[in-house]
Design a protein around this ligand. Structure first.
Ligand code: ADP
Ligand code: MG
Length: 230
């Protein structure tokens, strides 16, 4: 309980900070990117500099990802809740990530139960959650594998969404660290994807549980209230 409280305090502080700084950083970033592009174009042929430009671009890209994730936290005004078909949102997400998955030799197995009740949600935010979790699943299977997505009605007022991978898994003592700001085990990670996702699911009155076995894979269980029970 205390752990939960501490986490949500951190979330509030980070959210408020994000609102203040994210917009301020984004504008000069756009200018920087533009001028670096111009500089690079004007130096075509100079081999020795191309590596520097690659580093600059990839670092700028990294700052941009962090800002984007912060902005999702800081944009409550864009929230429009309504009734939506969660399968439609998942289909759109998978379509979006299909090219990236194929490039990594990752295939999707999908099972959607028929005639599911709709859910009351903000579709763009929910899509963001699915993107974050599925991207992580792709990233933990560098040699390829399967991602299994299931959506079923639990008949207890909740729609149950599971996203399962065959990746590295997560040691049990690390599971509680998921969703902590900046917790990442990746060289180029931001450690913000799950934090944003957990916050969004909480705002939808849902829950997330993580089941994982090292070397076997991980299952994210998301439960969201179905509309007919709202
Ligand atoms: P990032 O992807 O930038 O590292 P996230 O918040 O998305 O940040 O994830 C945080 C960490 O949680 C990851 O660095 C990874 O260690 C762990 N993680 C998340 N999803 C999975 C997964 N499907 N399998 C194994 N580890 C995962
Ligand atoms: Mg991630």
């Amino acid at each position: 309980m205390e752990e939960q409280l501490r986490k949500s305090d951190t979330l509030t502080v980070v959210g408020e900070l994000a609102a203040g700084i994210a917009h301020e950083i984004r504008n000069p970033m756009t200018a920087l990117k533009g001028f670096i592009q111009l500089l690079e174009n004007s130096m075509v042929g100079s081999q020795s500099h191309s590596m520097y430009f690659n580093v600059i671009s990839s670092e700028l890209q990294r700052i941009e990802s962090i800002i984007t994730e912060f902005l999702i936290l800081a944009k409550p005004q864009a929230i429009h809740f309504n009734e939506y078909d969660v399968c439609r949102i998942m289909k759109d997400t998978i379509e979006l990530l299909n090219a990236q998955a194929l490039m990594h030799g990752v295939e999707f197995n999908i099972y959607y139960e028929k005639d599911l009740p709709s859910i009351y949600c903000e579709p763009n935010q929910l899509k963001q959650v699915f993107i974050n979790i599925i991207k992580n699943a792709i990233e933990v299977m560098p040699k390829g594998g399967n991602i299994t997505v299931k959506i079923v009605d639990q008949q207890d007022g909740y729609i149950h969404i599971t996203i399962e991978d065959e990746g590295s898994g997560i040691p049990s003592d690390k599971i509680k660290k998921l969703g902590e700001p900046f917790y990442t085990t990746k060289d180029r990670g931001t450690g913000l994807g799950l934090m944003v996702s957990f916050k969004i699911i909480k705002e939808h009155k849902g829950t997330v549980e993580v089941e994982s076995e090292v070397e076997k894979g991980t299952i994210f269980h998301i439960k969201l209230p179905s509309s007919k029970h709202c």
